[in-house]
Design a protein. Structure first.
Length: 639
């Protein structure tokens, strides 16, 4: 495992600590489940907002200690608690390493750590912490390289480190290309690996999207489409609804934009959104049905749209004309006029100057009503928002009809057309205009969507709604089986927008671990360590046989480790023979029979593969790299 520079070493070391941290935290899962959800979220923000996040242990005591002081709005005490946790994290780094059984870091500590005389209180600032960690990373990686090359590591330890290294390389591939496809033989763990890459990118569940393509999947599911809606009078109509990918990109865009805001702006936006949502809830609960204009006249609240736009109508008017008050424009107005006092001095022309063309009286009435609400004193303290990566996983990407699903998004998902934050600023300031697509149902969009708003398009630009783009912090991972018959039909325009990474059957054996924690279909955890070597031998021999000249197959037809994990469903410690037979009969034979359809009329080829699985026939590479067949003798079979 070679590292070309210090940054690669530091990246690998951080990944090691993160993996270790997650396994250590697993011990606290039951405690964490009992903590109130809002407490957990508060602590999550604290964890994710610091460069030392992967070092700390946040048990239930830490959750409650910080949250209690946040509720009391005691900022000094909150800062103190965070400092204590940061100090604690440094101290516990040693414990992480020492508690990991049989790892080389024990020897590393013995050889190096005592000489450094590290004091935990020296690392209260990230600029002091990072050089220390980089130094530790260099020593760690040097020792790891020499230990692996000397063969001192056990197989599970080596697999663990190589898994981290491989995940780093996959992550770098995704970061540089934005779109990748993991492909390979069936059962090689491509979907699992996609999720692991997303986690390596720092994504929580909220930042990971997932969908599986199939032949019936289309644009209306993925981007947007018409969905039935009842109007309240038992009449059914249709309205445009955003699809899963468009919603995902909207969340990523919000994070991208919010990450550029100051803490003061974040606090204002958070507080105003809280008030606005409370106002919306009151409308939907029929507690508020009208708002008062500055003149004293009233306007009826007709409804609230899916985009949280409030629709108003002049009270007792014979006209059917309605007026829209959008959340985004109202937020902008609230930044300029933050309270009732400033609002009273406001004229209609002031409002129009602030947010351009609009029905000024409606905006004044709604904002005035929001400011008039009684507010809850117990509000969460917002923190600086960090830019996050958002990873969207498309399982079986080749099974969908690309043009039917993506439509005009072929342009948007191109890595070269990801929209950066500075692009949005330049666009709004007319410095450099973006070329942005409008979706197929744009003409039905009555309100400006999230993408329109960031492009400076308002609700009043009626003929210019429905824009869409993919923000720079969105990454796409597709997975596909190489032998799937639909692979050949995958659009070349789509292919060139992705980087391809093959996951081989041999690489998939890393999912076996040391065999001590295999799960059955019922979720029970068992150990198959005593027969793990035989499982690997059977898998390797069968996959070599598949490459033998008699079968006319290639590596795409090999069988991945996921199939052999099903061994746990049949394993009884006193009867491994039956377990192997059940695995063959119920899972492997039917797949191989499909491979050989039309070319094994007498069944002899399948019998050969069964003999390979049972290790009665051996298949190994010779010096020239060709697969050779031989019969197993008794000594070979037992070894």
């Amino acid at each position: 495992m070679a590292f070309s520079n210090s940054n690669e070493r530091f990246s690998f070391f951080k990944r090691f600590l993160k993996e270790f941290h997650e396994s250590f935290l697993a011990k606290y899962n039951e405690k964490i489940k009992n903590v109130e959800n809002q407490v957990y979220l508060s602590s999550e923000k604290i964890k994710n907002s610091r460069p030392y996040a992967y070092l700390g242990i946040f048990d239930d005591h830490a959750f409650f200690s910080i949250y209690t002081h946040i509720q009391k709005k005691d900022s000094k005490e909150v800062a103190l608690r965070k400092t204590q946790l940061r100090t604690r994290a440094i101290n516990l780094t040693k414990n992480f390493i020492r508690e990991y059984p049989n790892f080389v870091i024990r020897q590393l500590l013995k050889a190096e750590w005592e000489n450094w005389e590290i004091q935990s209180n020296d690392f209260h600032k990230s600029e002091e912490l990072i050089p220390f960690l980089k130094k530790l990373a260099d020593v760690f990686c040097d020792y790891l390289d020499s230990t692996i090359s000397s063969g001192s590591l056990s197989s599970p330890q080596k697999d663990f480190f190589q898994m981290i290294d491989q995940n780093d390389k996959n992550m770098d591939l995704l970061l540089s290309n934005h779109n990748i496809i993991l492909h390979g033989a069936p059962g090689t763990g491509k979907t699992y690996l996609a999720k692991e890459i997303a986690k390596a990118m720092g994504c929580s569940d909220d930042e990971i999207g997932f969908v599986q393509f199939h032949q019936s999947y289309d644009y209306t599911d993925f981007v947007e489409g018409l969905r039935p809606k009842e109007d309240g009078n038992d009449n059914i109509g249709f309205e445009p609804k955003d699809g899963i990918f468009k919603k995902f990109c909207a969340r990523a865009l919000k994070n991208l934009v919010d990450s550029k805001k100051t803490l003061k702006e974040i606090k204002h936006d958070f507080n105003f959104e809280t008030k606005y949502n409370k106002f919306i809830d009151s409308i939907e609960n029929d507690e508020i049905v009208e708002v008062e204009l500055k003149t004293g006249k009233k306007m009826d609240i007709v409804k609230v749209s899916e985009q949280k736009t409030i629709i108003l109508k002049t009270k007792n008017s014979s006209s059917n004309r309605v007026y829209s008050v959008s959340f985004n424009r109202l937020t902008h107005l609230a930044k300029i006029y933050p309270d009732k006092v400033s609002l009273k001095k406001l004229s209609n022309s002031d409002i129009r100057n602030a947010i351009k063309g609009c029905h000024a009286s409606s905006y004044w009435a709604v904002l005035n009503a929001i400011y008039g609400q009684k507010q809850n004193d117990m509000q969460r303290v917002p923190e600086q928002i960090q830019k996050k990566n958002y990873v969207f996983i498309i399982d079986e990407i080749n099974r969908g009809e690309m043009s039917k699903i993506f439509g005009e998004l072929f342009y948007s998902i191109d890595p070269g057309y990801r929209v950066k934050y500075k692009d949005l600023i330049n666009h709004k300031e007319y410095k450099e205009r973006l070329t942005i697509i409008q979706t197929q149902y744009a003409n039905l969009q009555k309100d400006a969507n999230d993408f329109d708003n960031e492009l400076g398009i308002t609700d009043d630009d009626k003929d210019n709604h429905g824009h869409f783009f993919v923000p720079e912090n969105v990454y796409i991972i597709g997975t596909m089986n190489d032998i799937d018959r639909s692979v050949e039909s995958m659009d070349f325009a789509m292919r060139r927008r992705f980087a391809f990474k093959e996951i081989t059957a041999e690489q998939s054996q890393k999912m076996f671990g040391d065999g001590t924690k295999w799960k059955t279909g019922l979720g029970e955890e068992i150990s198959v360590a005593s027969c793990l070597d035989e499982i690997k031998k059977r898998m390797n021999n069968l996959n070599n046989a598949i490459l033998y000249k008699d079968f006319n197959l290639n590596s795409s037809y090999q069988i991945g480790g996921a199939y052999f994990l099903k061994f746990a469903d049949y394993y009884k410690s006193d009867d491994t023979k039956t377990a192997f037979e059940d695995l063959w009969n119920n899972h492997i034979e039917c797949l191989l029979r499909e491979y050989l359809r039309g070319m094994d009329k007498d069944g002899k080829l399948l019998e050969k593969l069964k003999s390979a699985y049972n290790l009665d026939l051996l298949y190994e590479r010779n010096e020239k790299g060709k697969i050779e067949e031989s019969k197993a003798n008794l000594d070979t079979r037992e070894s």
